[in-house]
Write a protein that binds this ligand. Structure first.
Ligand SMILES: NC(=O)c1ccc[n+]([C@@H]2O[C@H](COP(=O)([O-])OP(=O)(O)OC[C@H]3O[C@@H](n4cnc5c(N)ncnc54)[C@H](OP(=O)(O)O)[C@@H]3O)[C@@H](O)[C@H]2O)c1
Length: 309
């Protein structure tokens, strides 16, 4: 099989798991020197996904049965102009990868998506049938539309089985929640408050569970979209103070919605006050998948060395 995005936060976690299970793994990378450990794979293919000829040539050479795309989607709190452009270019990258996978004779492609793209509504957690927020304001709308186009490239090609794994907010080693990451710095610098009068929900996904879901979907499971999240969608007023405590940071300050709107960027306010969680029911019921980290509570504790084992 081929893993694109092998140097990313989920790709790095996935490679050893695939090898442990006896898969023949080719890492598709832009630069070989970005691979942590070239011996963790059987083969390396070098191509930029934005170069259709290069991807096609490398995939034909490798002739994989399955192609896993772990190049990153949206789901971040800090989208810069460059990252928004990168999100848009993913549509092209995905189309190139799907076309090259079909030409190489692959039977399944598994892409990375996110539950952050759901339109917030009601107080419930959202399932895979919930609408994606394609008309969200400003740059978030752009990012969601790019994400939808990426999913469509993977899910609507009739010549290959397409799976979109919609991850929740990723945490664990190497993510923004790890010591030194962007969220860690914001929490420890008292830059991420709780908002007292409106409470958003976050569904978290440990990177090990993100990688574990790929293993489940390699051969089994109907094509389509699957939420890959833990069992406990968390209110911002709960997970943020708990995270700050475990990280050894100050307790978050509390703002009113009006104060938050004047002091924080739109996306952060959205996440803290109106974002909805997601349910992993489909993955649990159809494939018997169980997250290794069923709750962010244990996962955060493990991240900061407070979890036995
Ligand atoms: N759902 C979520 O919350 C979510 C999802 C994803 C990421 N994140 C966050 O984003 C941060 C970075 O994550 P990440 O390491 O996965 O993302 P990343 O740094 O953007 O890496 C994504 C992977 O895609 C590869 N890639 C990007 N464009 C490519 C192209 N045109 N052709 C071939 N390969 C390409 C990168 O290769 P190179 O090594 O060559 O750059 C890298 O392997 C983390 O803190 C993570 O928590 C969050």
């Amino acid at each position: 099989m081929v893993v694109a995005g092998a140097t990313g936060v989920v790709g790095r976690t996935l490679l050893p798991l695939l090898r442990e299970r006896g898969h023949h793994v080719t890492a598709l990378v832009r630069r070989v020197d970005r691979l942590d450990c070239p011996t963790s794979v059987d083969d390396v293919a070098v191509a930029d996904l934005l170069d259709p000829d290069g991807v096609r040539r490398e995939l034909r050479r490798v002739a994989p049965d399955v192609v896993v795309d772990q190049t990153s989607g949206i789901g971040r709190t800090d989208l810069t102009d460059g990252q928004r452009r990168a999100a848009r270019s993913r549509e092209r990258a995905s189309k190139n990868l799907v076309a090259a996978s079909v030409a190489a004779g692959a039977t399944r492609i598994i892409g990375q998506s996110t539950t952050a793209a759901y339109r917030p509504h009601g107080h419930d957690v959202l399932d895979e049938e919930s609408p994606l927020w394609t008309d969200a304001p400003g740059c978030w709308g752009e990012a969601v539309r790019a994400q939808v186009a990426m999913e469509e490239a993977v899910l609507t090609c009739s010549d290959i089985e397409g799976v979109a794994l919609r991850y929740g907010t990723l945490y664990g080693p190497g993510t923004q929640y790890a010591p030194g990451g962007a969220i860690h710095s914001r929490v420890c610098g008292s830059e991420l408050p709780v908002v007292s009068d409106e409470v958003g929900l976050t569904s978290f996904t440990h990177v090990e569970d993100a990688a574990g879901a790929v293993l489940e979907l390699l051969a089994g499971g109907e094509p389509g979209a699957y939420n890959v999240v833990d069992n406990e969608p968390a209110e911002a007023t709960e997970w943020l103070p708990a995270y700050a405590r475990m990280a050894g940071g100050p307790a978050p300050v509390s703002l009113t919605l009006e104060q938050a709107r004047t002091q924080l960027d739109w996306l952060t306010v959205h996440q803290l006050t109106e974002q909805r969680g997601a349910t992993n029911f489909r993955l649990r019921e159809t494939l018997g998948w169980r997250p290794k980290w069923p709750s962010w509570r244990e996962g955060f504790a493990d991240l900061f060395g407070h979890w036995p084992g």
